[in-house]
Ligand binder design. Structure first.
Ligand code: PHE
Length: 486
């Protein structure tokens, strides 16, 4: 079987690291992480999230890059080729299809949040954020959302910018943007943490983030933490797999993965450390919901020296971080239409953009005209987020690790990963046993099907992993032939 020749490659060794970091670091870190940490009560959630990054996120990310690079193409094509190399069942391509769909659906609500960041850059300048209380800033946020033209206008602007960049091809633009932006964003966050340290309730914020309270571990919170690990690392959404397909041969996948995961986690923790002290200092509730950072940070900017300039710069950076993530969500779709159907990138972006605008319109209207439309208690915006993060991405993750761990000949991915023997064994153990069992347990748990007590549960899980490891090693040839479909 001949391997596909790469068509597009990152320009430099840093290209992929920059682009993957650009994809991973975004609103997930600065907007979503603080807001869901607040909702699920702090420290216990943070710990669950970190555990998911380590035990699931990192192995899945390595797998996605390896499969992407081996298959050299959009998720559907890359998985198709890798499976074909094994004479496997082409149905596996559906995993790529689901990932692409997840990325696309995420973008449909992401443009709304990114629109908030863009709008707040402007609002910092025009004085509309001069209010001096949390309540008043909450009012500004609500008024912004209540106006469909205002909310929609900014979101559409983000969507058009994203499509324009994607139409032009991602490599050069992203590599250049991320190179200066990521260090800039990190520096600003450090400065904000410094501010929080001196004038906020730093201790209260710190304790909220890192104080472990076992009673806060619920099935719902675990699922949210798992989903967020996928979201924040851009996994199971076509983004990392497609970017991985542009990685030159010979670049270390493991090292790259760790660098991206560490940067991503650091940015999220810094954002938490910057935001929670400000929230506590101003008597705000950490569980204020999606508006959390937009209601709290402007207060800090007002109180600090050069606050306006700093605030403008901060929201501008968040906007660009959002843009580099948004691009990666739709890159898989555009690459697929381009490679598989020979449609030019421009036309692919226009076509995908038309669908995007229709669906994201419903997300924009969730905050105003359609606010009353809440089937099963969630508006359309929340449904998009819930379905993708909590179910589609972890499910895609399971399929990915099962594909890598059971359905492929070992030596293909061993070649791609090119790890020392212990590193490879560890990766294989994680994708075969630990990651799938953990994801499954989190699912069952969230569905309320694991009713035994929470401490005992961990013995059960450890037992299940062990048992599966033994059974798996004995039965694997069988399982593999079934999965491959021969
Ligand atoms: N990881 C991005 C963030 O944290 C979001 C994202 C999800 C990007 C899925 C691409 C794919 O903001």
């Amino acid at each position: 079987m001949t391997r596909e020749k790469p068509k597009n490659l990152w320009l430099s060794r840093w290209g992929f690291i920059l682009a993957a970091t650009g994809s991973a670091v975004g609103l997930g870190n600065i907007w979503k992480f603080p807001y869901i940490t607040g909702e699920y009560g702090g420290g216990a959630f943070v710990l669950m999230y970190l555990a998911c990054i380590l035990a699931i996120g990192i192995p899945v990310m390595m797998t996605e890059i390896a499969v992407g690079r081996r298959g050299r193409g959009s998720p559907i094509d890359a998985i198709g080729r890798v499976v074909h190399e094994n004479n496997g069942n082409p149905l596996w391509k559906a995993v790529g299809g689901m990932a692409m769909l997840s990325g696309f659906l995420i973008l449909c609500f992401y443009v709304v949040v990114a629109g908030w960041a863009f709008a707040y850059t402007w609002k910092m300048l025009d004085g509309s954020l001069a209010a001096t209380s949390v309540e008043a800033l909450g009012g500004v946020f609500e008024a912004h959302n209540a106006n469909p033209w205002q909310l929609g206008g900014w979101s559409v602007l983000v969507a058009l910018l994203t499509l324009w960049i994607v139409a032009k091809g991602v490599q050069q633009g992203i590599e250049n943007a991320v190179r200066w932006m990521m260090p800039g964003l990190a520096l600003m966050l450090v400065a904000l943490v410094g501010y929080a340290f001196t004038s906020g309730s730093f201790d209260a914020g710190f304790a909220f983030l890192f104080h472990f309270d076992a009673s806060k571990i619920t099935g719902e919170a675990l699922l949210a933490a798992l989903g967020h690990a996928f979201f924040t690392l851009s996994l199971a959404s076509g983004a990392i797999l497609t970017y991985g397909s542009y990685v030159p041969d010979g670049q270390s996948i493991a090292r790259t993965t760790f660098m991206v995961a560490i940067c991503d986690t650091l940015v999220a923790l810094l954002a938490g450390l910057a935001i929670f002290p400000i929230i506590f200092a101003n008597g705000m509730s950490p569980s204020a919901g999606p508006g959390l950072i937009f209601m709290s940070l402007p207060l800090a900017f007002q109180q600090m020296p050069f606050g306006t300039a700093f605030g403008v710069l901060f929201f501008a950076m968040v906007s660009i971080a959002a843009l580099t993530s948004a691009i990666s969500m739709i890159e898989a779709t555009v690459a697929y239409l381009n490679e598989q159907h020979g449609i030019s990138r421009l036309h692919a972006a226009i076509g995908a953009g038309a669908v995007l605008l229709v669906i994201s319109l419903l997300a924009m209207l969730s905050f105003n005209l359609l606010a009353g439309w809440t089937p099963l208690g969630k508006n359309f915006f929340d449904w998009l987020d819930y379905l993708t993060s909590r179910w589609m991405m972890p499910l895609g993750g399971i399929f990915m690790v099962v594909l890598a761990g059971y359905a492929l000949r070992c030596d293909i991915l061993r070649e791609e990963l090119n790890l020392p023997p212990t590193g490879y064994a560890l990766w294989l153990f994680m994708v075969r046993y630990v990651s799938p069992v953990l994801i499954l347990v989190v699912f069952l748990n969230a569905l309320g099907w694991l009713l035994f007590d929470p401490v005992q549960r961990w013995y059960w899980i450890a037992g299940a992993i062990g048992l599966l490891a033994v059974a798996g090693e004995l039965l694997r040839p069988r399982v593999t032939s079934v999965l491959i479909g021969r």
